[in-house]
Design a protein around this ligand. Sequence first.
Ligand code: HDD
Length: 750
Amino acid sequence: MKKGKKTESIPSREIDKTMYSVEPHYEDTAPSKKLTKPLTSISPPGAEPMMPGSFKNPKNNNDKLKQLDDFRSDPLGESLRTNQGVKISDNQNSLKAGLRGSTLLEDFILREKITHFDHERIPERVVHARGAGAHGYFQVYKPLASYTKAEFLQDPHVRTPVFVRFSTVQGSRGSADTVRDIRGWATKFYTKEGNFDLVGNNTPIFFIQDAIKFPDFVHAVKPEPHNEIPQGQSAHDTFWDYISLQPETLHNVMWAMSDRGIPRSYSMMEGFGIHTYKLINAEGRCHFVRFHWKPVYGVASLLWDEAQLLAGRDPDFHRRELWESIEAGDYPEYELGLQIIPEEDEDNFDFDILDPTKLIPESLVPVHLVGKMVLNRNPDSYFNETEQVAFCPGNIVSGIDFSDDPLLQGRLFSYIDTQISRLGGANFHEIPINRPVCPFHNHQRDGMHRISISGAANYEPNSINNNWPRETPPAGGVFSSYPQLTTGEKIRKRSGTFIDYYSHPRLFWLSQTKVEQNHIIGGFSFELGKVVRPWIRERVVDQLTYIDHNLAQAVAENLGIELSHEQLRHPLPGPVNGISKDRSLSIYDGHSQVLKSRRVAILAADGVCEKSLAIIMKSLHDQSIHTMIFSPHIGKLRTLQGTELNINGTIEGNPSVLVDAVIVPDGKQSIDTLLKDGNAKYYLLQAFKHLKVIGLQGEAQRIYDAIPLPAADEGMITGNAALELAADFIEAMKLHRVWSREMIAGQIPA
Ligand code: HDD
């Protein structure tokens, strides 16, 4: 399966040279700052895998990508052949007995083609079926030898290749990206000592404490069994029935109902390994650790109305953005953070650090940023890479070990087991994306789709092969389990240290800003409003009274439920280790927003003032913000000065939910046209409703009189001078949304 060689006798397909000389389609709107825009020197055809729209930067190569090269096929200039290598002369007509006669069974070309097609589908993942992946690398900032002997965490000069897959949990493969759900975040580190998989989520905690409950939990959240409704949503009876009966789920439910359940993009969410793991250093000393990913682009979320609209307007919103950001050189970056707890401090907390429904407040145990992951290359084949990648929390390397977290322990079994049916047998580790970059030899043999060819002796001890491959004495790079002392009865029981279900949800609630609290109330109210059975709604609200009375009361009011005096006197839990509020749990509590990679729509029609447009675009590009010109028509935009500019899309086809902010530059003719365009007016109304910053320059201020935009606020930037307007616009964008507008946004008919 090496790259095909050019066949001399077959004339090579004429290569459209312009295809390679132009910048990627998204690039022409990319920030002009060279700092944030790595040079994407396009590789020559044939030397690198190419796909329409995918421009690979050869500088971003790594050992894993080089390994994948051996499996890439390059059809350029090649004859069409069967899987047996026979050249095909006619791929349009099946073999028939006479021109209008019946098709012959003999037609091996037809049979092979149809048979293969019939078997193209594999089972989708039972959870996390919808996902998007990317290649990249991880680099540690400084050696972590005092904590771990893991080789990939030692040398700041070493870049370890990674493959990351982000996902939603509930929906099937074709479901929408922006549904309210937890996001999966699985990272495979291809280290020189084997693969390490960190299989986490975008929340620091999980719904249940013990793996034995996972099938029940998943059955409850998945579409209802009788009619398979709803898709990609938890807003239905079986989910909330389960939640109301399993209060350990409430903490993660709070996160899911908050803005964390609807992230703005994969590059703007935090990631967590969730479980407590162990780090082991060369002296055999153990520290407990929780893994974090902190996005360099900051954390930001969608609004619920926006997320729902996006599910229809662009169901691929997150996937597309990940792809386009990488193509544009806006590589998503995340810092790896560690919360480290010395082994002897294990019992110093109000909660059990083995309990995956509890977080360790960052104000209690700070997160040390120890390295950075950069995602800089899109896959070449969705199926080969993103679909066939097989993660497993059990894939660890020397220097890292498991804790006794009962959820983690169950996971160690589940993932390999599921891959065996999903990927068709026990040899899925040989699929190119899953292979380690270091050599691997052992005596395992045979099985479905075995690829590697083993030698004469596949057992040990053996004298035929001089006993190779041999064991390696325990030392650096060789895995040996941490010799943990274990005692105790064989028992099916939960530890008393796991039984507190409300203090962590309350800490989360109290740590949110008022705006975020309102969103949580909205999340619960929306979801429970879809629950048909009233007693389930009542039971959930009753559970909320143990977290916070105001929260419970507000949700109850929205659902028409009257809480009793007794319910409103339910005791509330105290602080967690003395902490009743932790800023790191809020997205917007004073955290400044990063503008890099944000998108601004420029609404313009023919006759737009070119000078204003140029100033606005330059100002935004200087902040690494992408601009896109949307117009009533596609093609060229003729400016007032007669220049022709590229239009990125129509206003109708690129609604405001796709962008972070919108700006309308000066130009009488342009504004006259936009004012006659219902899509343009709706665009601004909807942007206003979704609390986006709006800039109206010069003539564009006439829009105020023409459409029912409420009074100006700090997010409505108006003025005649393009430079000043752009500066104020950028300043306002730093808050992500115009939060003060939220109270009146509901009045907007959009
Ligand atoms: Fe899981 C997939 C994350 C608990 C069983 N899980 C899966 C994926 C992520 C997580 C991100 C998708 C990986 C990919 O992109 O291919 N799962 C989690 C987290 C958990 C968790 C963060 C709790 C802390 N999972 C969990 C439990 C079990 C499973 C308790 C079973 C006992 N998970 C699976 C699975 C999946 C999976 C059935 C489905 C597809 C796959 O593994 O490859 O084995």
